[in-house]
Structure formats: C-alpha cells, structure tokens
Write a protein that binds this ligand. Structure first.
Ligand code: HEC
Length: 319
C-alpha cells in the first residue's frame, strides 16, 4: 500500500514537473510536491536503478552491500526513483550528481572505460549496448562530451537511460538488451542468500567472473534461463573465495580446540584466541593442508571441505 502510494505520487509529481519544464529553480510548488514524493519512496524502490548504475558503470550486478547502501542513500536524498529522472537530476541536484559521479569516477569504472572520448564512447557501447556504435550515435555522444555538455562520469548512465527510451529499430533492441541484463543482474544479487554467498561475491576476480556472465546476456536471451547459470556461478565463486576469519575460527574451534586450548596445549600451540590462530597461519596451513598431520589422527573428523577453507584462507593472505 505504501509502495502503491509512492508510485502514484511519483507519477503525479512527474506530470507536474514535466508541466513546468523539469522542476527549475524558482518553481516552489512542484518542488514541494517532488519532495513529498521522494520521501514516500523506500530504499527497496531504488533497487532497480542501483542495478542500472552497477551495470552501466561496472558491467556487473550490484553486490548485496552496495545495493543496500546506495538504495538507502538515494531514499535519504529523496532522489528520483526512475532511471530517466535520476539521470536528469544529475543536472540540478548536487547530491545526486555526487552519487552518480562516485560510480563514474571509481577505479572499477575507469578500468572498463578508459582512453580518449572516442575510445571511451566505443567502450560504453560495448559494455552497455553490446555493439559497435553507429556513426550517428557516436557523433552525437562525442559532441556532447567534447562540448562539456555531458561529463564522462555521467556518460554511461545517460547512454543507458537514452537507450531505454529510444524507439528506433536499433533502439528497441538496445533497450531489450539492457532490460535483459538488468533482469539477470537482479536475479544474481537476489540469489546471494547466505552470508558465505554474499562474501564470495567480492573482490576483482569475482567481479570479473560475474561481469563475463552478464556480458553473455543479449537482446534475445531469456533472463529466466539464467537461474541455473547463476546458481552454478555462485558455487564457483564460493569455491574460489577467500574465507573470512570468522569461518576459519569456527573450523579451528570445531576441529582443533579439543587439544589446542589452555596451558596444556601440545608444544604450546594454543589456538584458542584470534591472535593464536593468526600468528600461526603458516603452521596451521602446513599441518592441516600440506602434511595433513593435524588434527592428530583426525580424531575430530575434519572434512576435506574444511581443509580447503584453511587452504583458501592461507593462500588468500590469511585475512
Ligand atoms: C587430538 C588432539 C589434537 C587435535 C584435535 C589437533 N592437534 Fe595439533 N597437535 C597435537 C599434538 C599431540 C601435537 C604435537 C605433535 C608432536 O609433538 O609432534 C600437535 C601439534 C600441532 C602443531 C605444531 C606442529 C609442529 O611440529 O610444530 C600445530 C601447528 C598443530 N598441531 C595444529 C593443529 C590444528 C590447526 C588443528 C586443527 C585443525 C590441530 N592441530 C588439531 C594434537 C592435536
């Protein structure tokens, strides 16, 4: 019901705003209405546009923490909910601009889109629209960038927003591709439903793996067909992920403390504190993974999966 109201108010505000030329400074009435609207929008209402930001700037789905944080920030700012309005707000709302700039100026985005404006536009077309730019489109965006009317930080979001309302034959295909990728991105983030899965989708390697999956989604893909692909990708990410210290501590507690706690611990090897574990990361790895000598006689029934947790943790720098 609350969401319903937000949507209705949103439509109303959009109508009023467009009636007055887009909510210019010095138009107090529509601005007040817009303010009310945005306060009614909940963080969850921004999930779609946050996915659009991630796909536009990073070519990958939002991670769980980022989705929650950016959605909450936008709700707090009272940012417009839809991609067109949010992109427009870049021009007249300092906070929205700062937020979009934080995507556009990030290292991850710079790695995807580098080079002069020509190379830059070509890279955005490749990532966002999965194609080489047509001459007309390229000239249009290049002139916007070269004239300074469009900042590089805003560009990929604006190009995505424009694709979604372009009614030419190519535009319809572009829009379908963007929608399909957003749908798969949404499904991917939703599928991260345990802490271990959430943790597994972090870091550059995981980002690259998932970006490659999303790059395979085209205008003719069926997003629903990606459920199985997403599930196995998450399994793959978990297998490659560096386990958190919490995970390692719980393995040590279950498999080692029967002997390695207290003053009578063998050889003084005490693993009953975090520092005790951290300081002996190399020894633990040696005994558990390389020699498989510990747990002694495997009296505590350590599994191979648990040995693998120790291995990935150690190889990942024992965080
Ligand atoms: C059933 C008891 C027992 C369990 C369980 C056990 N250990 Fe040990 N651990 C020992 C004993 C006894 C020694 C001393 C072996 C020796 O004197 O050669 C030892 C020695 C060690 C050493 C020192 C090895 C050296 O030679 O410097 C490390 C490191 C170690 N254990 C790690 C672990 C880890 C990690 C676990 C859990 C995955 C574990 N142990 C589980 C009994 C155990």
């Amino acid at each position: 019901m609350k969401r319903m109201l937000a949507i209705v108010l949103g439509v109303l505000a959009a109508a009023v705003l467009s009636g007055c030329g887009g909510g210019n400074e010095g138009q107090p009435q529509p601005r007040v209405l817009a303010q009310r609207t945005v306060q009614a929008a909940a963080a969850v209402d921004y999930h779609e546009v946050v996915q659009q930001l991630y796909v536009a700037y990073f070519g990958r789905p939002a991670d769980t923490g980022g989705l929650a944080n950016f959605s909450a920030q936008m709700a707090a700012l009272g940012a417009p909910v839809g991609i067109q309005d949010l992109d427009f707000a870049y021009t007249n709302n300092v906070s929205v601009r700062a937020l979009i700039d934080s995507f556009g100026n990030s290292e991850e985005s710079a790695a995807l889109y580098s080079g002069d404006n020509d190379v830059f536009v070509t890279a955005i077309y490749a990532n966002v629209l999965n194609r080489v730019p047509d001459a007309e489109g390229k000239a249009f965006w290049l002139s916007a960038l070269n004239s300074g009317g469009l900042t590089r930080a805003r560009a990929s979001f604006t190009i995505m927003a424009a694709a979604l309302v372009n009614s030419s034959a190519q535009g319809l295909l572009d829009a379908q591709l963007v929608r399909n990728r957003i749908a798969v991105a949404r499904a991917f983030t939703n599928a991260l439903d345990s802490q271990a899965e959430v943790d597994a989708y972090s870091g550059n390697a995981a980002a690259a793996t998932v970006r490659a999956m999303l790059a395979g989604v085209t205008a003719s893909s069926d997003p629903n067909a990606y459920a199985g692909i997403i599930d196995s990708l998450i399994v793959q990410l978990q297998a490659a992920a560096v386990p958190s210290f919490d995970t390692v501590r719980s393995v040590v507690q279950a498999r080692c403390l029967a002997c390695h706690a207290g003053i009578s611990a063998p050889l003084g090897v005490r693993l009953d504190s975090d520092s005790g574990i951290r300081n002996r990361a190399a020894d633990i790895h040696l005994q558990v993974v390389v020699l498989r000598a510990m747990p002694l006689g495997n009296q505590t029934g350590m599994t191979d999966a648990e040995r693998d947790i120790i291995r990935r943790w150690f190889e990942g720098g024992a965080p």
